[in-house]
Design a protein around this ligand. Structure first.
Ligand code: G6P
Ligand code: MG
Length: 215
């Protein structure tokens, strides 16, 4: 029934949230404030510059120029990529590689739909690049989730209709983006958070092709 599965990267295939948190926290600390891991939840699926705006708001930092904000985001990203560069395939989330491979074996096309500009390096470190027929990421989209652009571009790259796609997402904005694209949404995480998703599981190790058919 479904011809393609489109996967968010951070929080679905790999857990990079802790690295984002460490790097943003270091930036905040250098500016003299802190924020919690709970607040960090709000940054999931949110683009780099939008994340910075939220963090500056938490620290009540006002009046930074665009150039200063660019510099802050660049500084954070250098710390982040230092950590990302140490990643190994061990960090692939449980069941993720197996499920994507099962899709391929069943003739279902696969794509990544992520807001991250670091997608190519992360996939390379995890040795997963070859597992996806298309990769749409923060380097090729301009409208952030919940705008459906990233997933619509994924469907287009795969040559399928949006209604033939199922999206796997851990972020509320990502689930919304999938629904806005006219696709089914499988939430990865807590049903309490991802209330709009068609079904929610704790991880791809808890999902199967049988469940895909039932959506
Ligand atoms: C994903 C993550 C966000 C991150 C965004 C941009 O959506 O969930 O936490 O801010 O990608 O990532 P980037 O690697 O481009 O800074
Ligand atoms: Mg995510």
């Amino acid at each position: 029934k479904y011809k393609a599965c489109i996967f968010d990267l951070d929080g679905v295939i790999v857990d990079t949230a802790v690295y984002h948190y460490k790097a943003w926290k270091r930036l905040a600390n250098e500016m003299g404030f802190d924020f919690t891991e709970h607040q960090n939840e709000q940054l999931k699926g949110v683009s780099r510059m939008a994340s910075l705006e939220l963090i500056l708001g938490w620290g009540q930092v006002t009046g930074a120029t665009e150039a200063e904000k660019e510099e802050m985001a660049t500084r954070k990203n250098l710390w982040y990529t230092d950590m990302i560069n140490q990643m190994t395939p061990d960090e692939i989330l449980s069941g993720a590689e197996e499920f994507v491979q099962a899709c391929r074996d069943a003739g279902i096309k696969t794509a990544i739909g992520s807001a991250s500009k670091n997608t190519p390096i992360i996939l390379a470190k995890l040795q997963l690049t070859q597992l996806f027929d298309a990769i749409v990421d923060g380097n090729s989209v301009s409208k952030a989730k919940p705008n459906p652009e990233v997933f619509l571009k994924g469907a287009e790259a795969l040559g399928v209709e949006p209604a033939e796609c199922v999206v796997f997402e851990d972020a509320v904005a990502g689930v919304e983006a999938a629904l806005n694209a006219g696709m089914k949404a499988v939430g990865i995480g807590s049903p309490k958070m991802l209330t709009e998703a068609d079904v929610v599981v704790s991880g791809l190790d808890k999902f199967s092709l049988e469940m895909l058919e039932e959506l």
